[in-house]
Design a protein around this ligand. Structure first.
Ligand code: ARE
Ligand code: CA
Length: 806
């Protein structure tokens, strides 16, 4: 029996129209014309949880990519660092299987988020013998599943000593990191094997790599491996600066291969924000001018990574000082993240892992998401809540600063200013402004923001514009570029042009998502604004003073048709004259009227369209017993095959139907609900049984079939002989289509001879029929004489008496 339970419901993923409809805009851009400029390391997150997070958080918040933990087979053990001991290049790890990994990559990509893999390629697992998490046997310097033998490793073996880092560069690249057999990456066979692993990952859609222990591979060998892996992918290298890198000149060779983790950055953050060694925020510019940082274009930066957040800690509790700042540092940690995301240096990586009580502690038993959840309930930002994920990347101070960075991507750093030791402010062109107050007192000031006049919403304490709500405490009015604000202790203020709350007059609510949007004189409309339409077509007209573009292309004012998935961007020049923008939905054709669930109004606000479901059906009313075609376009649309699973009533078996993809990329399937059905329920799965609706079924009402039929009783008087019957015959199927056979359905009966009665049900009234009577029997057929009877079927059951058989 095929029931819901038969499916791998643990791989159900949410999809809703925002992901579909915004997909085009998200693929390269976050919002139309706005790039994605920061990424996150979801350390030890399972592939399932990463995929969900891409859909619900990373995609919508504008993250460019997610770096995931090493996906290859590793040694067993509870500690986090087992992931850095490869046993084979099979994609099978604590975080999930190859299929799950591939699905995650596909899903993340569909919502605009690239996946970067932490690639452990310098060495293999330590220890003498064991079985990897994927079942592969391994021995010392011997990994049959790869296969690698002793000849694949540097010979004779040696171990890197701490003193080598500053003195003997050769040992750093040719000897083992303690306990980790060092691959001979100079050998072509080894290079080819590593390249095959990277190519395999790219074939699954992976978009980039963090090369673990990159400085332990000679730059020319790493370059050779890269050359064996063609393609346009991102690469960042873990190169922790040491003396021998400088003396050998290798320090400048890695940036020629790809970007480099700039570890000096974490010490800048730590020293400046924690006021260590006499540093403070006012001294921040020194780090960028005199610390010898890599040029911005070649640097990837973070406040902490998975090593430094737990390395060299004086203790594992609040206020701890570790190798890098971490969540134990509370507000200062978040301020450092705000700075990193606001300040135009490098490609920033947000670190998001879990709370730990000691160095070795592996990830929490429960992954961030429980099955069927929409938000990860196993998150807790309190670092003392061991066994929980910290979900740093979800905190407004981090997630919304990704948006800040995206919106200010091309805007220069301007008007850097410090007030005292621990208060700084700067502008990003005329697109963004940030003020950081790393003191225990309020910072009350009139700030020179450089922003166009409007009311902005401080993104650190609000989720505007996604929610459409900008609390009073978050509103900051900019008049002639100046904003008077009070920045609370250990907090910050971040304004940018993607989060403009309102016009200055505040008299007219600026964005009412109804059929028409009135823009008043003097009102500043957000310079770029996207409307996602719930229907596949809309008429749009724009008054003078505004320009309109659709999916990036320009349109002159006037009606335009918006296709599904396209966006409308309105641009106004400020101040504008009064005009009206009208968005009028029209349904075209028989299909593609997107069905909305619990939606408030036709147009979604501010790039956010939470409640529309990408389920489409035709005709618009489903009738019991009548075929209906269901259309689907959603997160699973790119799958090679899709199946529709549907049931007539709750509790019934699900029927599986293979869907067909049409030229307009909608998937469709035609089903016929039973004649007594009042609701049909259904869901869609792809070739890997990913669900389109997180385990919930869609349901659509079914209208009972209306009985429009009429029953007509025909009477005729006919004298017959034994063995003979009277039949009615005529021009419709119900009366035999002028048949000459003795069809029982049109045979009349006679209880009071010579009267014969023929009862026929016709499907609808208003039909003109022609008919006659026949006598059939004993091998004889006798037709009535004369012309046919003409009769218009009446709206109700009726009787017709034709008198005597002619
Ligand atoms: C574990 C055990 C070891 C054991 C080994 C083999 O902890 O005691 O000998 O297994 O059985 C991580 C952990 C390691 C762990 C390893 C494998 O950190 O403790 O070893 O996984 O399970 C150097 C490297 C740099 C490296 C850091 C940690 O240059 O590449 O050390 N970082 C990456 C990853 C790590 C990972 C590995 C590499 C190995 O980010 O998570 O190790 O894949 C100076 C030098 C730096 C040096 C630093 C620390 O600053 O300049 O180069 O970093 O000291 O030693
Ligand atoms: Ca090496």
């Amino acid at each position: 029996m095929l029931t819901m339970k038969c499916f791998m419901r643990n791989w159900l993923l949410v999809s809703s129209a925002i992901f579909f409809l915004s997909q085009h805009a998200l693929a390269d851009d976050w919002r139309p014309g706005v790039p994605r400029t920061a990424y996150v390391n979801l350390f030890e997150w399972s592939w399932y949880s990463v995929a969900k997070e891409c859909i619900t958080e990373l995609g919508p918040k504008g993250y460019a990519a997610v770096q995931v933990s090493p996906p290859q087979e590793h040694v067993t053990g509870a500690q986090w660092w087992v992931r850095y001991q490869p046993v084979s290049y099979k994609i099978f790890s604590r975080n999930g299987s190859r299929a799950q990994f591939a699905a995650m990559v596909k899903i993340c990509k569909a919502v605009g988020v690239d996946v970067y893999v932490d690639a452990v390629i310098n060495h293999m697992a330590g220890g003498t013998a064991g079985i990897g998490i994927g079942g592969s046997l391994y021995g010392n310097y011997n990994y049959p599943s790869v296969p690698y033998t002793i000849a694949s490793f540097h010979q004779p073996t040696c171990v890197i000593k701490n003193s080598d880092y500053d003195n003997i560069r050769e040992n750093v690249t040719q000897c083992d990191l303690p306990g980790l057999p060092d691959l001979d990456t100079g050998k072509l066979a080894v290079q080819n094997r590593i390249a095959a692993y990277m190519k395999d990952l790219l074939s699954l859609g992976v978009a980039g790599f963090r090369i673990d222990a990159a400085k332990h591979i000679r730059p020319e060998e790493l370059a050779a491996i890269k050359a064996l892996v063609p393609g346009d992918y991102f690469l960042t290298q873990e190169v922790i600066k040491d003396g021998s890198l400088y003396s050998s000149g290798d320090i400048n060779r890695y940036p020629e291969i790809g970007t480099v983790n700039e570890f000096s950055y974490i010490y800048a953050m730590k020293n400046m924000f924690l006021n260590l060694f006499g540093y403070n925020l006012s001294r921040m510019p020194e780090a960028f001018t005199t610390w010898g940082l890599y040029p911005s274009e070649t640097a990837t930066v973070f406040v902490n990574n998975h090593d430094t957040e737990r390395g060299f800690c004086d203790k594992f509790s609040l206020g701890a000082v570790c190798d890098a700042m971490n969540t134990f540092n509370g507000d200062q940690y978040y301020l450092a993240n705000i700075f990193m995301l606001a300040y135009p240096y490098g490609y920033p990586q947000v670190m998001s892992g879990y709370n730990f009580a000691d160095y070795d502690m592996g990830p929490p038993v429960n992954q961030p998401y429980k099955i069927s959840e929409l938000t990860p309930s196993n998150c807790n930002s309190d670092p003392m809540e061991v066994g929980k994920w910290n979900c740093v990347h979800r905190d407004n101070r981090v997630a919304n600063m990704v948006g800040f960075r995206n919106y200010t991507a091309d805007a220069p750093l301007l008007k850097w200013a410090a007030e005292g030791a621990n208060r700084i402010q700067f502008q990003r062109g005329n697109k963004g402004f940030v003020a950081i107050n790393n003191t225990d007192n309020h910072w009350d000031k009139t700030f020179n923001t450089g922003l166009p006049d409007a009311t902005y919403c401080n993104v650190l304490i609000s989720n505007f514009p996604e929610t459409g709500i900008c609390p009073d405490a978050a509103r900051v009015m900019v008049v002639e570029g100046q904003a008077t604000a009070s920045v609370p202790p250990n907090a910050a203020l971040a304004l940018h042009f993607g989060a403009i709350k309102a016009d200055l007059e505040r008299s007219v609510p600026p964005f009412i998502f109804a059929d028409s949007l009135n823009v008043a004189r003097g009102q500043i409309l957000v310079s770029k604004k996207t409307y996602f339409l719930s229907l596949n077509s809309a008429l749009v007209s724009v008054g003078s003073g505004a320009t309109l573009s659709v999916d990036g292309g320009a349109f002159t004012p006037g009606p335009v048709t918006i296709k599904p998935g396209q966006s409308i961007v309105l641009k106004t020049t400020a101040p504008v004259t009064d005009h009206t923008v009208k968005l009028v939905e029209v349904t075209v054709g028989r299909h593609h009227s997107v069905w909305k669930v619990a939606t408030a109004g036709a147009i979604c606000s501010d790039n956010y369209c939470p409640s529309i479901v990408p389920i489409d059906y035709a005709p618009s009313i489903i009738t019991a017993g009548k075929p209906v075609t269901l259309y689907y376009l959603g997160a699973l649309s790119n799958s090679p095959t899709l199946k529709l699973h549907w049931q007539n009533a709750n509790g019934d078996d699900f029927t599986e139907v293979t869907m067909v993809q049409r030229a307009d990329s909608f998937w469709s399937a035609t089903i016929t609900p039973a004649s007594d059905t009042t609701t049909i329920r259904f869901f869609v799965t792809d070739d890997m049984n990913l669900d389109n609706n997180d385990g919930a079924n869609w349901s659509l009402p079914v209208t009972p079939a209306v009985d429009t039929s009429v029953e007509i009783t025909f009477k005729v008087n006919a004298v017959t002989v034994a063995g003979e019957s009277v039949y009615i015959v005529g021009n419709r199927a119900e009366i035999g289509n002028w048949s000459t056979a003795a069809d029982s359905f049109r045979q009349c009966t006679s209880t009071t001879p010579p009267q014969w009665i023929c009862t026929i049900r016709f499907p609808a009234s208003g039909i003109a029929i022609e008919y006659k009577y026949q006598k059939i029997g004993n091998g004889m057929l006798t037709w009535e004489n004369g012309s046919n009877y003409n009769y218009l079927l009446p709206s109700a059951d009726a009787e017709v008496d034709n008198g005597v058989f002619r």
